[in-house]
Design a protein around this ligand. Structure first.
Ligand code: GDP
Ligand code: MN
Length: 390
C-alpha cells in the first residue's frame, strides 16, 4: 500500500524525523488559507502516487498569496503520468544547502534490511546507482539487532556527508529505520533528505509503502489507503473478494489458483504477449464468480483478448463454462468483439467443452494445452485470426 508524500511525512514526524509544517488541501481556496497559515515562501506539491512530480511541474515554490493561488490552480487537475492531481500538500518552503538521499527496504536476496544513503540526492537515484555506484552506500542491517546509531554514523561518514551534519544524518537514518520496522513498511525513502543553511537535516520528500497484510497491526494507518489513487478495477475486485492485480499489457488473464495464474502469465510472456492483469478466480469458482471475473477483465479498456486457463479440481469445468456462457448472455461480451481463448482441463472438462461448443459463443476459441492457448491469445490480441472456433 503506497502512501502519498504527506501521509509518509506524518509517519516520519511520529518517529521524530524532521519535516516541514504543512497542510493537505483539495481546493485553491484552502490552498491559499493553508499557505497563509504555514507562512511564505511555501511549496505547492501535487499529491499523487508517482515520482518525478517536480520535473512534471507538480512542485512549485510560491513567494506570496497570489503565487500560491496561481500554482494551486495550475497543479490541481494536472495529469502526472496518468495520475490526476486531486490533492495538494502546502508546506513552508525550506532553504537548501545540500540534497542527500536515504532509503530502507528489504533486500530479499540477502534476507536483510538494506539501508541506502548518498550525498547525491534530489535526482533520480537509479542514475546515481548506474553512473557512480561508489556514491550510493549500501549497508545491510541485522534485523534482530536493528540499526544502531554507531552504524548510522558509519553510513553517513562512508557516504561523504558533511562532517558537521553526520550526527544529524545518523539520527535521520535511525528514525527512518524505526519507521520502516515499526510501521511494517516495505519501503521508506527520502529524496531529497536536505541539509539547510542552518545545518539542520530534514526530509523534504517521503515515499513510503506499507505492507497491506500487516495493516491489522496499525489501526492508525488503516485510513491511509488513498482510494482516489487506487486503481478503480483493483478496488472493485477487492470489494468482490477477487484476487486481481492490474498489469500494463493487453491480454486479460483468468485462472484458478495463484500458481496457475502465475505460470499462465509466464507462458503468455514467453509467447510474446503482455498480460493486462493477474486474476485468480480461486478454487471452487462457480458460474456467478466467473461472470464477475469476466466483468472485471473487460472493465480494463486495454484488454484486446482474454485467456481463460482453468485446471479443474474443486473448480468444475462445466461450472466455468456455464459462467462464461452466462457472462456472454448477460453482459453482452460477444457484442464487444473481444476474443476469448478457453483452456479447460481436469474435473468435468469434457462436459465443459461440450457446453461451450453447444452454446457456440461468438469469438470463443477452445484450446487443448496451455502453450497452444497462449500462442492463440497472443495472435488474437495482435489482431490475427486463428481459424474458426470449434
Ligand atoms: P519529486 O519530484 O516527486 O521527487 O518531488 P520532491 O518533493 O522531491 O520535490 C522535487 C524538488 O523540488 C526537490 O528535489 C527540491 O529540489 C525542490 N523542492 C521541494 N521542496 C522544496 C523546498 O521547500 N525548497 C526548495 N528550495 N526546493 C524544494
Ligand atoms: Mn523526491
Amino acid at each position: 500500500m503506497d502512501l502519498l508524500e504527506y501521509q509518509g511525512k506524518q509517519l516520519f514526524a511520529r518517529h521524530g524525523l524532521s519535516v516541514s509544517e504543512g497542510r493537505p488541501v483539495t481546493s485553491v481556496q484552502d490552498a491559499v488559507s493553508a499557505a497563509n497559515e504555514v507562512g511564505y515562501p511555501v511549496v505547492v506539491k501535487a499529491q499523487v502516487l508517482i515520482g518525478g512530480r517536480g520535473k512534471a511541474g507538480g512542485v512549485k515554490l510560491a513567494a506570496d498569496e497570489s503565487e500560491a493561488r496561481e500554482h494551486a490552480g495550475n497543479i490541481l487537475g494536472m495529469d502526472i503520468g496518468g495520475h490526476v492531481v486531486r490533492k495538494l500538500w502546502i508546506e513552508h518552503a525550506s532553504d537548501i544547502a545540500s540534497e542527500y538521499y536515504a532509503s530502507i527496504l528489504l533486500d530479499r536476496s540477502a534476507k536483510q534490511p538494506l539501508v541506502m544513503f548518498s550525498v547525491e540526492g534530489g535526482v533520480d537515484i537509479e542514475e546515481v546507482a548506474e553512473r557512480t555506484p561508489e556514491k550510493l552506500i549500501r549497508h545491510h542491517v541485522d534485523a534482530l539487532a536493528g540499526l544502531s546509531r554507531e552504524e548510522a554514523v558509519q553510513i553517513a561518514t562512508d557516504g561523504g556527508a558533511d562532517a558537521d551534519v553526520i550526527g544529524g544524518v545518523a539520527d535521520a537514518l535511525v528514525a527512518l529505520y524505526e519507521v520502516w520496522m515499526q510501521e511494517d513498511a516495505t519501503l521508506a525513502e527520502i529524496n531529497p533528505l536536505i541539509v539547510t543553511p542552518e545545518r539542520k537535516v530534514r526530509a523534504l520528500d517521503a515515499k513510503v509503502s506499507l505492507d497491506g497484510n500487516a495493516l491489522f497491526r496499525h489501526p492508525d494507518s488503516q485510513g491511509l489507503s488513498d482510494s482516489e489513487n487506487e486503481d478503480p478495477i483493483e478496488r472493485r475486485a477487492k470489494e468482490e473478494g477477487v484476487q486481481y492485480v492490474k498489469l500494463d499489457g493487453d491480454i486479460g488473464i483468468l485462472g484458478n489458483g495463484a500458481g496457475l495464474v502465475m505460470s499462465t502469465l509466464d507462458v503468455v510472456a514467453q509467447a510474446g504477449g503482455s498480460p493486462a492483469n493477474f486474476l485468480d478466480a480461486g478454487g471452487g469458482s462457480d458460474a456467478e464468480k466467473i461472470k464477475q471475473a469476466v466483468d472485471l477483465l473487460l472493465a480494463n479498456d486495454a484488454v484486446k483478448a482474454v485467456l481463460f486457463n482453468i485446471f479443474g479440481g474443486i473448480t468444475r469445468c462445466d461450472e466455468v463454462a456455464r459462467g462464461l456462457i452466462a457472462a456472454f448472455e448477460e453482459i453482452g461480451v460477444g457484442g464487444k468483439s473481444i476474443p476469448f481463448v478457453v483452456r479447460l482441463d481436469g474435473t468435468n472438462d469434457v462436459e465443459g467443452r461440450r457446453l461451450l461448443q453447444e452454446a457456440s459463443l461468438p469469438n470463443v476459441h477452445p484450446a487443448k494445452t496451455m502453450n497452444e492457448a497462449a500462442e492463440m491469445v497472443v495472435a488474437l490480441a495482435a489482431g490475427k485470426s486463428v481459424g474458426t472456433p470449434a
